[in-house]
Design a protein around this ligand. Structure first.
Ligand code: 6AU
Length: 454
C-alpha cells in the first residue's frame, strides 16, 4: 500500500473527516482525525505497519513501543516485521515511584522508539518519554502516523526529542483536494486553523489572592517554613508556638488531634497568629461530596472556616468539592493534594493530572498543591505541569532523607526547595528536636537560602 492509498483508505472508513467539529477544548476544528478503528481493517493495519517499518528500519533503537491504545497493536506488527523487541507501558500507571510500569524485557539504558497514531501538541508525548525514562528506558525518537500539529516538531525538539511522521496534515489536505474530495475553501480553513494554533498560548496571569498573600508573607518574614504543629494538648501546642512562631510563615494545624480542645483554643490561636505574624492552614483533608464538606468546613465543634484561611482538599470526589467548600465565602482557598509523601499512596500520574485540570478550571479556589517527589528532577517535572501560579507546599521534609515506621517518606530541605517547593512543611523534624527553637531557625535558614538561590 502506498501512502496515498493509505490516506484514501482512511478517508473511506471515516478516520479522517473534514467539516466542523467541536473539540474537547471548545475550539471548532475544520477537520477531525480518529484512527482508532483502523485496526479493524486488516489491509489498512498491514499497510500502515509496512509504511512505518520502512520509515524506521534504519533508525537507531533497541526496542519499540506504541502508546496505548491505538498505536500499541500497530507497534506490535511493526516490531514483528523488523524483528525487534516490543515493550509497553501500563496505561493506568502505578503510583509514582513504585517502578515496574513497563511490560516486556529490556536492558537498562535501552533505546526505545515510540510509535503513536497522532500528534497534536506534543505534551502527551513528552509525558510518555518521561515515564519511560523513569524506568530506565531512553527515548529519543517518536514516529507518528499523522502529524496534525502546528509545531509539534519544535515542541519536542525543545525537550530533546525527534519527531518523525509518516504523513503531514498538508499532504493529506493536498491529496484530498487533488482527488476532489475537499474544496479549496476547506483547505484554506485548515491552514488558518493550524496557523491560529501555532500562536503561543497566553500564559495564565491570574494569581489567587491567597497564593499572593502567602508569597507576600514569605517575603515579609523571610521564611518559607510551615510548621506542622502535630501535638495533642493545648499546653504543648502553645508552649511550642512560643518558641517557634517567629520563624514560620504559616502554621499548619490538625485541630482534631487536640485532646483538650475547648472554646479558648481558637481565640488564643488567632491572637498568636496576629502577634507572631503567621498564616493559618488547617490540614483538615476534605474528601466528601460538596454538601457534606460544606458543613464540615463551617459547622461542628471546630467551625474551621471561621479561623483557617487555607485547608487541604482531596480531589477524589471530583472537582465540585471545591464549589462545595468555597463557593460564597471570601478569603479561603485550598491546597489540593496532587501527590502524597506516604509510601504506597494511590495517587498516580493520571490522578495528579486530574488535580491540575480541576485547578485550572477553578483557580479562584486553589492556592496551591501539596506534592512530593523522590528527586530534585522528579519534583521539577511535577511542578512544571502546574496549570497556573499555584504554590507547591511540600511535606515529608527533614534535614536528612529517610522514612518513619508508618510510611512517611522524607527528602531533604534542599532537595525539596531546589526541585520547586515554595514552602516546606515540617512537623517532627522540629517538634522532636532537643531545642525546637534552634531547630526551627535552622530549617528556616536553610529553606530560605535554597529558595533565594533557586
Ligand atoms: O514532618 P512530619 O512527618 O512530622 O509531618 C508532616 C505533616 C503531617 C501530615 O499530615 C502532612 O504533613 N502531610 C500532608 C499534608 C500537609 O497534607 C500530605 C502528605 O502527603 N504528607 C504529609 O505528611 O501533619
Amino acid at each position: 500500500m502506498t501512502k496515498e492509498q493509505f490516506v484514501l483508505e482512511l478517508e473511506k472508513i471515516g478516520a479522517i473527516k473534514f467539516g466542523s467539529f467541536t473539540l474537547k477544548s471548545g475550539l471548532i476544528s475544520p477537520f477531525y482525525f480518529d484512527l482508532r478503528d483502523m485496526i479493524s481493517y486488516p489491509e489498512i493495519l498491514e499497510g500502515v505497519s509496512d509504511l512505518l517499518a520502512e520509515k524506521i528500519k534504519n533508525m537507531d533503537f533497541n526496542v519499540i513501543t506504541g502508546i496505548p491504545y491505538t498505536a500499541l497493536p500497530i507497534a506490535t506488527l511493526v516490531a514483528a516485521k523488523l524483528d525487534k523487541p516490543l515493550i509497553y507501558m501500563r496505561k493506568e500507571e502505578k503510583a509514582y515511584g513504585t517502578g515496574n510500569n513497563v511490560i516486556g524485557k529490556f536492558e537498562k539504558g535501552a533505546k526505545c522508539l515510540v510509535i503513536d497514531d497522532l500528534i497534536t501538541t506534543g505534551s502527551s508525548k513528552i509525558e510518555t518519554a518521561e515515564g519511560y525514562e523513569k524506568e530506565g528506558v531512553v527515548v529519543k525518537d517518536f514516529v507518528v502516523v499523522i502529524d496534525r500539529s502546528a509545531n509539534g516538531t519544535e515542541e519536542l525538539a525543545k525537550q530533546g526529542y525527534n519527531l518523525h511522521s509518516l504523513i503531514s496534515l498538508d499532504e493529506i489536505v493536498n491529496l484530498l483536494q487533488n482527488k476532489g474530495l475537499i474544496s479549496a475553501e476547506k483547505v484554506k480553513e485548515v491552514e488558518e486553523f493550524t496557523a491560529s494554533l501555532a500562536k503561543p498560548e497566553k500564559k495564565e496571569k491570574y494569581v489567587n489572592p491567597l497564593t499572593q498573600k502567602l508569597l507576600d508573607k514569605m517575603q515579609e518574614k523571610k521564611s518559607n517554613l510551615v510548621l506542622s504543629l502535630d501535638v495533642t494538648t493545648q499546653k504543648e501546642f502553645f508552649d511550642l508556638l512560643d518558641k517557634v512562631g517567629e520563624e514560620i510563615v504559616m502554621l499548619k494545624t490538625h485541630v482534631d488531634i487536640i485532646d483538650d480542645y475547648d472554646e479558648n483554643f481558637v481565640p488564643k490561636l488567632l491572637e498568636y497568629a496576629k502577634r507572631q505574624n503567621f498564616l493559618i492552614f488547617e490540614d483538615r483533608k476534605f474528601a466528601d461530596i460538596g454538601n457534606t464538606v460544606r458543613h464540615q468546613f463551617r459547622n461542628g465543634i471546630y467551625k474551621i472556616a471561621d479561623w483557617a484561611e487555607y485547608v487541604t482538599v482531596h480531589m477524589v470526589a471530583g472537582e465540585l468539592i471545591l464549589k462545595g467548600l468555597f463557593e460564597g465565602s471570601e478569603g479561603h482557598a485550598g491546597f489540593v493534594l496532587a501527590r502524597m509523601s506516604s509510601k504506597g499512596n494511590l495517587l498516580n500520574e493520571t490522578y495528579t493530572r486530574k488535580c491540575f485540570e480541576a485547578a485550572k478550571k477553578n483557580p479562584q479556589w486553589v492556592a496551591g498543591f501539596i506534592g512530593h517527589g523522590n528527586s530534585v528532577e522528579d519534583i521539577r517535572r511535577f511542578k512544571a505541569k502546574f496549570p497556573g501560579s499555584e504554590v507547591l507546599m511540600m511535606p515529608g521534609v527533614k534535614k536528612e532523607a529517610g522514612s518513619d515506621a508508618m510510611g512517611q517518606q522524607y527528602i531533604t530541605i534542599e532537595q525539596a526547595v531546589e526541585g520547586g517547593a515554595d514552602c516546606i512543611i515540617v512537623g517532627r523534624g522540629i517538634l522532636q528536636a532537643d531545642d525546637p527553637q534552634a531547630e526551627a531557625r535552622l530549617y528556616r535558614e536553610r529553606a530560605w537560602k535554597a529558595y533565594e538561590n533557586r
